[in-house]
Design a protein around this ligand. Structure first.
Ligand code: NAG
Length: 174
């Protein structure tokens, strides 16, 4: 039963991703968009990717918050060396990779779902990024992406900050 639940969820998430990429195909290539529209599209990508899985789990959606996004932006500027170090505020997910987009950064975090045992509330390996994405009491989200400097040409670092923060030890995400 649990297995089927997982399978169904994977399908839902994959369909959402297909849907998102399909939607993208109809738009101009991202590089041709004016900077403001490009930023709006990237913002929607972060929000949609978080809320797709949250909706599937029956959790309230996250809303973009400019103050939280400002914090993410400030910290992203310190990650241009592509070394993923956390800021001190908590409620923060980081990712980096070649040509990393908003969509794929959140997908990397969602992939940790397979490491999370909801019955035991335990991780096998990493799953803290995933549990933050699906933390029920988190309400606001703000993210930023930065191009890394040499020798990481073509790599990007992504920061998402969450308010209120999740991942309290001993508590369940939902
Ligand atoms: C990023 O994508 C471009 C175009 O597909 C590719 O040529 C390039 O090698 C990629 N960069 C990295 C760092 O993988």
């Amino acid at each position: 039963m649990g297995h089927w639940r997982n399978m169904i969820l994977v399908v839902i998430v994959s369909m959402a991703i297909l849907h998102l990429s399909h939607a993208h195909n109809k738009e101009l290539p991202p590089k041709k968009l004016p900077p403001k529209e490009r930023a709006n599209k990237e913002q929607n990508d972060y929000v949609d990717m978080h809320n797709c899985i949250r909706k599937a789990l029956g959790l309230p959606p996250l809303c973009w918050d400019n103050k939280v996004a400002k914090r993410a932006k400030a910290w992203s500027n310190k990650l241009k060396n592509c070394q993923l170090v956390h800021s001190e505020g908590g409620g923060e997910n980081l990712a980096m990779g070649p040509n990393l987009t908003a969509l794929w950064a959140v997908q990397l975090w969602l992939d940790e779902r397979k490491n999370y045992d909801i019955c035991k509330n335990q991780c096998t390996g990493a799953c803290g990024h995933y549990t933050q994405v699906v933390w029920k009491n988190t309400k606001h989200l703000g993210c930023a992406r930065v191009k890394c400097d040499a020798p990481y040409e073509g790599y990007y670092a992504v920061v998402c900050n969450y308010d209120p923060p999740g991942n309290y030890i001993g508590e369940r995400p939902y």
